[in-house]
Design a protein around this ligand. Structure first.
Ligand SMILES: [Zn+2]
Length: 284
């Protein structure tokens, strides 16, 4: 597919600005497409299909020591790059549209905290945050950053070999390197340590889900930015919005599960479109 021309980009931005200006309390749902420009790869291609092996499941992580070891070996390598990621113009534009425009709440499927870093104040991290780790034994929560040193100490001289960045602070490394890895456990109770994110096969915590539902109740429109909505926990909000008769706009490169429900559907560059629309609305 050719890149959209400048004229198309301007047209997208003015259509979006027009749509935004017609609403006062917009519920926003964001996904991986919001963070790719920050150097965090997504899991899916433009057709909504997996471009890589599906991520770790809750069942594997808690039930299979090899999966647990594999997760931490890869996280050890992927974390520094993930931690360095900074918000891009999509995050900044959404923050401006929240502070000076019609966006009332951002519900994100991303686990990177970049909306908050960009200054968005009302954010629900639907799938949790990668910058915290929880002990499944005693429940103690620790910053992920403080664990990196423990991982180094547990694995002196360990070398992952050539590594490639993968989604959500993960990295592709050689299988032999995974086998040689010593994963961390809770220093207090020796329990399993899990990043504070919702794994595949696990439910979004009920209170978090209900808080997002409450916000949708108060909204007069819904905007999807950078998500194919292939995961049900995100798609259900688009369906609820549709059932309530709320106008739905979808900004995403490639197909989404809500295309048939969307009154406005834009495929151009997310960051440019949002930034230009914010400008047109005088929020930038
Ligand atoms: Zn513990």
């Amino acid at each position: 597919m050719p890149f959209p021309s400048a004229a198309t980009a301007d047209d997208d931005a003015s259509r979006l600005a027009d749509w935004l200006s017609r609403h006062r309390r917009i519920f926003v749902l964001t996904g991986a497409g919001c963070s790719t420009a920050s150097g965090i790869p997504g899991y899916r291609g433009d057709d909504g299909r997996w471009t890589r092996p599906p991520p770790v499941t809750w069942q594997g992580f808690t039930g299979d020591p090899a999966v647990y070891r594999r997760y931490w070996a890869r996280s050890h390598v992927g974390w520094p790059r993930f931690e360095r990621a900074r918000p891009n113009q999509a995050h900044h534009a959404l923050a401006l549209l929240g502070a000076r425009g019609p966006l009332s709440l951002v519900v994100t499927q991303n686990v990177d905290g970049l909306h908050q870093r960009a200054g968005s104040e009302a954010v629900i991290d639907l799938h949790g945050r990668l910058d915290a780790v929880v002990c499944l034994g005693c429940g103690v929560r620790r910053p992920r950053a403080s664990l990196q040193e423990q991982l180094d100490l547990l694995n002196p001289g360990w070398s992952p070999g050539p590594a490639a960045a993968a989604p959500d602070g993960d990295a592709d490394i050689a299988e032999e390197a995974e086998h040689a890895y010593v994963p961390p456990h809770c220093p207090d109770c020796t329990g399993l340590l899990k990043p504070d994110v919702v794994f595949f096969g696990e439910n979004v915590p009920r209170a978090r889900y209900l808080a997002a539902c409450d916000a949708l109740e108060l909204a007069d429109a819904m905007l999807v930015a950078g998500s194919s909505l292939m995961v049900y926990s995100g798609f259900r909000f688009a369906r609820m919005a549709h059932e309530r008769g709320l106008p739905l706009a979808v900004l995403n490169r490639g197909v989404t599960r809500a295309d048939a429900l969307a009154g406005l559907r834009l495929e151009g560059d997310l960051g440019n479109t949002l930034a230009r629309a914010a400008q047109l609305l005088g929020a930038a």
